[in-house]
Design a protein around this ligand. Structure first.
Ligand SMILES: [Zn+2]
Length: 251
């Protein structure tokens, strides 16, 4: 027997609540000693930091604003003494022409990149583009219907995966913020609710500022924390031990 829409909605809500709480606890534990979340690529560690700017992405590109980005000291060694230095830029594929300023501390083997407020963390594109996807998903009669307006360039299963990934990450982020920020306590974990409570049209760019002290525990694309990953369950947890089943009892 299938679930009613109400049962599906309830299951969806419980899933996100549980995921958000677990995420919050896990990331807080992980960040107890760290200045920020490190993303590792082999031996190299990368830390994303906020480049606070109200430039739209077109302005950021036109003004080459990455040249103005400043990181005055090494976040790992605030008292100095390390060989921290500017380390050029890296280019993003989307939007075309975007570059990100970076620094490197060879003593800690860590690269720091300054991400402008308009851009997604660990995902292509801008926060406004993600918000538009979520908004269309919330307004459409079904996710399949929304996909017809959002991704015509790929097939439906691919479009749904692409959209749901953004929805999942954004909902977890919103739920965490409802718990973390007292002024957001009346919000529901939807873009439309945040728009209504905050009285603004674009929520995600504003949250980059409003939630700036939590960015290193919030998941992308808003925060700079880790991607949620499904933990692989060790196979032997469910493997029968060798011997009789049920176990042979002596005596
Ligand atoms: Zn350093």
């Amino acid at each position: 027997m299938g679930c009613t829409p109400l049962q599906q909605q309830t299951a969806f809500f419980i899933f996100f609540t549980t995921a958000a709480r677990a995420w919050c606890i896990a990331t807080n534990l992980c960040h107890k000693e760290d200045v920020s979340y490190f993303e590792s690529y082999g031996k190299e560690k990368i830390v994303q930091l906020r480049y606070a700017t109200n430039l739209a992405v077109d302005q950021y590109i036109d003004q080459k604003a990455w040249e103005d980005a400043k990181l005055t000291h090494c976040p790992l060694h605030p008292k100095g003494g390390c060989r921290f230095a500017r380390h050029g830029t890296y280019a993003r594929k989307f939007p075309d022409g975007v570059k990100i300023a970076r620094w490197y501390c060879p003593d800690g083997s860590v690269t720091f990149s300054l991400l402008p407020d308009c851009l997604c963390s660990r995902m292509p594109g801008t926060l406004i583009e993600v918000e538009e996807v979520i908004n269309q998903m919330e307004s459409a009669p079904s996710q399949e219907a929304a996909a017809e307006n959002i991704r015509l360039d790929i097939n439906l299963p691919g479009a749904l995966r692409w959209m749901r990934r953004r929805l999942f990450l954004t909902r977890i982020t919103l739920m965490m913020l409802i718990d973390l920020v007292a002024s957001l306590g009346d919000c529901q974990p939807t873009v439309s609710s945040f728009r209504s409570v905050l009285g603004i049209e674009l929520v995600l760019p504003r949250l980059r500022t409003l939630a700036s002290s939590y960015l290193d525990i919030l998941p992308p694309p808003l925060g700079f924390g880790p991607h949620p990953r499904t933990k692989k369950v060790k196979k032997n947890h469910f493997q029968h031990k060798t011997g009789t089943d049920p176990p042979y009892k002596k005596g």
